[in-house]
Write a protein that binds this ligand. Structure first.
Ligand code: GLA
Length: 382
């Protein structure tokens, strides 16, 4: 399908990517995270096509179409298609009201960059179909079914953070989310004369999905061992430092380090939320550096390119904090940089990065923004 000409949408949906200030890999351990939706998004234009079960989906970025028969939804060999198909599969389990539709997707989010273009795609797509066919699925359910789609059709055993942030984000606010209870608090982000700078390494190392799933399994392995002495423990959220020390000898060293990182990170997120609420960006930034060290040495999901960017910033007093984001092994760093220095800093770090790795660095500013929402569509001409 290339219906760009003559395509008049019934509804338009915008679904943002996300940043996560702190709380790396804590979400699937029932822990705390501190993400925000951003002003970079995926746009979806939907219209019903008066068929019973044929859907035409066109990705402008890929220049590719996907035709889906709602009676035969199954995984595909094309990765991007699985995000769409996985969501359709989940929606069809919940409703029989979905009929044929056309959809055009346009993205401002680089794939695999750690800004969670995947959650934006899943949640925006689910949100749009929910609106188009009035399925009455709640926002929370949209986040959950999008996560389940990623587990089942894409194969990444992700947590709930990305989908939650993409759906529930608000302008100028950061979400302090408890991934156990799924309750959250919105903390205003007063940046004053600082900016949020994203640096994209433009590397995505192989095996990032399998390494991600492996980290999750290692944490689960830790829980299993701890549970033998402490039967009430169901996730690392239920384990404090003292308990972990008590079982240190029962845990393989590597598993101990993974668990230690998660427990310390949960503590950091809670402290970071307090600093942010007090507009104390200095101490907030220090925790971002600590988080990166933990991900680098204890959780071991960083890479040379990410470490280089974080290390480069360390002696610059105008950078308050820097750390890698997302699943790991590539993608972006998030940095808090004083406004006056942003332009020069981008020039310096881009040059140094290029000299070191012969890769072009992408740099852009983001602000906390509204979560997945419907945009106004002008009246259709009959
Ligand atoms: C990816 C996953 C999230 C989360 C982060 C790491 O973005 O999708 O669920 O685990 O990595 O914090």
């Amino acid at each position: 399908m290339n219906k760009e000409r003559n395509f008049t949408p019934d509804i338009i949906v915008a679904s943002p990517g996300r940043i996560n200030f702190i709380g790396g890999h804590t979400d699937y351990n029932n822990g705390f995270v501190l993400p925000a939706a951003i002003d970079k998004k995926i746009k979806f234009e939907f219209c019903k096509n008066n068929t019973d079960h044929i859907c035409n989906i066109y990705s402008k970025n890929y220049g590719k179409s996907l035709v889906v028969n709602l009676k035969q939804v199954k995984p595909s060999k094309e990765n991007w298609e699985n995000y769409i198909l996985g969501v359709l599969h989940q929606l069809l389990k919940r409703s029989d009201r979905i009929k044929g539709f056309d959809c055009i997707i346009t993205s401002e989010l680089a794939i695999g960059s750690g800004l969670s273009s995947s959650a934006a795609l899943e949640c925006g797509f689910a949100f749009g179909i929910n609106e188009l066919f009035q399925l009455n699925i709640s926002k929370l359910e949209i986040a959950k079914l999008s996560r389940d789609a990623e587990h089942e059709y894409v194969g990444t055993k992700c947590g709930i953070m990305d989908q939650y942030a993409s759906v529930f984000g608000e302008k100028d606010k950061v979400l302090f989310l408890d991934c156990k209870s799924l309750e959250y608090e919105l903390i205003p982000m007063n940046l004053n004369d600082y900016k949020i700078l994203i640096l994209n390494t433009n590397v995505e190392h192989n095996l990032s999905t399998s390494n991600y799933n492996q980290r999750r399994e290692q944490c689960e392995q830790g829980v299993k061992i701890i549970k033998q002495k402490y039967p009430k423990v169901n996730s690392l959220r239920d384990v404090d430092l003292k308990t972990l020390k008590n079982v240190k000898n029962d845990l393989p060293e590597l598993i101990y380090q993974r668990c230690l990182y998660i427990i310390q990170e949960n503590e950091r997120v809670q402290n970071a939320a307090q600093f942010l609420a007090k507009d104390d960006l200095n101490n907030f930034g220090k925790l971002l550096y600590e988080c990166h060290e933990g991900l680098r040495y204890q959780y071991e999901i960083s890479c040379a390119e990410l470490d280089y960017l974080v290390d480069f910033s360390k002696d610059k007093e105008y950078v308050l904090g820097s750390r890698m984001m997302g699943g790991g092994f590539g993608g972006c760093t998030v940095n808090i940089v004083q406004s006056d220095h942003v332009d020069q800093y981008i020039k310096d770090i881009s040059k140094a990065y290029h000299t070191k790795f012969n890769i072009t660095l992408d740099a852009f500013l983001v602000t906390p923004s509204q979560g997945t929402h419907q945009e106004i569509v002008h009246a259709k001409k009959e």
